[in-house]
Every structure is written in structure tokens, then in C-alpha cells.
Design a binder for this molecule. Sequence first.
Ligand code: NAD
Ligand code: L34
Length: 338
Amino acid sequence: MNYSRLHLKIFNTLSHSSHNRRFSKQCSLAAAYVINGKQIAKEVQVELKAEIDQWKEEGNIVPHLTAVLVGNDPGSKLYVKNKMKAAKSVGITSAVIEKPHQTSQAELLDVVAMLNAEPSINAVLVQLPLPKHMNERTVCDAVHPDKDVDGFHMSNIGKLCLDVPNLIPATAFAVWELLKRSGIDTFGKNAVVCGRSKNIGMPVAALLHSDGDNGFKMGMDATVTTCHRYTPAKNLPEFTKNADIIIVAVGSPNLITADMVKEGATVIDVGINRIWDAKQERYRLVGDVDFEGVSKKASFITPVPGGVGPMTVAMLMKNTLQAAKIQTKKKREKTAIH
Ligand code: NAD
Ligand code: L34
């Protein structure tokens, strides 16, 4: 083990116990330290604002994000609104292009091509899901890879799998940042990812088992098992009970219960589900984890809301600055040659 890894290990042990002490003072019912994604996202945004201010002071382009929103999905509208608000708070300019549900795929691709061609726009995202008459893969692959702040373009996904990422999918990046900032060691640990979607589960798994030995500073070096819809329900607990870290990105309330979790595990809940609360007579947001039960057994847990969601938005902002940097570097290299 090299010195930095050893140092990280000692730091993690220390920070882990201090987190637990801090939490036990706050709440005597649950054992787990609740990772406050909302708070950490705020911290990331404060740091990012300073970095963007500095970037601008050096005479660089003001980073700009344009989101394309197709249709009237209330969830998508809210998420895009959250993204625009975050952009403003860190000094990124932003815009939303709204298109009606019946927009053709060809028309949407024209909009994306126009955004790709505009040098003052550094970051482009097309909010998902798209209407059924469109092919999400075709649309994601239409965004220029250097403006693709979602990291969904096939070349960005491919680079992530090769441990040489360009732009990392924001939710996977959010999971990485939450684990790092909470001092959770992943080196040589057993991790289970529930969900294998190309945008969430798969990139999370790729980052978790990425190799830190070959100059990839974000390498997590965990041993990863991916479970999915065809993992027999009766077998799922065998995998999850063996995990030091469980990441759940399925979209199924209460999929993970306390009996499926090892004492002291870290549980990151990516799921977002709106369920009807008969008692309060309103819809309520829950994740995929039975928070009440699992938080009594885990040592770290993320809540929903206030966990991965706000961090996804913060990491999208990080990606927007990264995109501006990538484009600026390429432009300088080009002018240096000619
Ligand atoms: P998806 O529907 O594309 O994928 C769901 C995955 O879950 C599939 O790979 C499927 O095989 C797997 N699955 C289904 N049943 C399972 C089971 N019983 N056990 C194990 N795996 C099972 O969804 P997605 O886009 O990957 O999103 C997953 C969840 O994460 C959703 O609730 C979504 O709303 C949420 N989400 C949250 C954020 C965030 O920032 N917090 C971002 C994106 C998505
Ligand atoms: N292209 N489409 C593209 N990129 C993405 O990264 C997303 N996603 C997912 C849906 N479609 C996408 C998001 O941004 C989900 N997602 C997202 C963004 C923000 C939040 C959750 C998911 C979020 O802010 N969640 C808050 C609660 C918001 C509420 O009240 O519903 C939270 O505390 O979890």
C-alpha cells in the first residue's frame, strides 16, 4: 500500500468514528450517521463559485449551460428549475429551451446541433425521460462529447469504463463525492449496486471498481457486484448482506430493508419515488431504502429527499465548469498549431 492510501485509511477510520459520535449526540434512535446531501451540495457550490470567480478573473469565458426540456413532466420541470437555480448561485449563466411533447426527434436533433455549434454555450443537457416517440440513445449521442455535462454520450461512457473520463455522469459523480466527503473507504471493499441502467447503475459500478493504480486519481478499487431486475428476489439479500457499501438505484420503494443489510454498512439511496401518504393525504418523496429500519443498522445512510438528488445538481455545475475548461484548452491548442 502506498503512503497516500495508508494515510487515507487512517483518516477514514478517524473520521468514521467522529461522524458516529457526532450523530449519536443528535439522535438516539438511529445508529447511522445521516449523510446530509443538501448541506454537502451547498459546500460544493460555495467552493465551485470561488473557482468560477477565479476562472473569470483570469479572463476566461463565463461558463454557460443550456438545458432542453421536452414536454410537461412536472418532475423534469422541477429538476431543471433546481439546475437553473444552482447555476445562478455559482456564477454560471443558463437557459432553458422548452419544446412541446409532440416535437419530432428530427426537430430536437436540430436544436442540439444548433447548441453544439454555438461557442458561447459550453454545456448542453437534454432532460430525460423523453417522449416515447424519441430514441434517448440517439439524442444523447447527438450532444457534442465536450459539451455533454450529463456524461451520457457513448464516448464519455466508454472513457469512464476505461478509467480515463472526460465528463462523468452527474449522479455517479455525486455518489463518488458523497462517499469521499463522508470519509468512507472503498479500497478493497465489497460494494453492491442495485440497478444497471446505462445512465445511473452502470456508471456508478464503473466508478466503484475503477483502478486507482494507473494515475486515475478518482479510482475507488472496490469489488463490485451489480444486481438487476433478473437477480432473483430471494437471492438479492445474499449479495446485499455481504456488502460494505450498497448503492440502490432502482425506483422501488422499500426494496432494501434492515434484514438485507450488514451491521455497519454504508447505504446510498439514489431512488426517487413519489408515494401517496394516506395519513397526511399528500404525495411524499421516498427512496428505495426503508430509511427508518436500515438507519438503525447501517453506519452511514443518505436520506431521500436531501441526499443524492441535490448532489447530482451540484455535480452538474462542476461538470459545466469542466466542460468550459476542456473547450478552452482545445481552442488554445488549435490556435497554437495554426
Ligand atoms: P431505470 O428504470 O432505467 O433502471 C432501473 C434499474 O433497476 C434497472 O437496471 C433494473 O434492472 C433494476 N431493477 C429493477 N428491479 C430490481 C430489483 N428488484 N432488484 C435489483 N434491481 C432491479 O431507472 P434509472 O434511471 O436508473 O433510475 C433509478 C432510480 O434512481 C429511479 O428511482 C430514479 O428516479 C432515480 N434517479 C435519481 C437521481 C438522483 O439524482 N437522485 C438521478 C437519476 C435517477
Ligand atoms: N438528462 N435527465 C438528464 N440528466 C439528469 O441528471 C437527470 N436527472 C434524473 C432525471 N432526468 C435527468 C436528474 O437531474 C433525476 N434528476 C434529479 C435532479 C434533482 C433532484 C432529483 C433528481 C433533486 O433535486 N431532488 C431533491 C428533491 C426534489 C423534489 O422535491 O422532487 C432531493 O432532495 O432529492
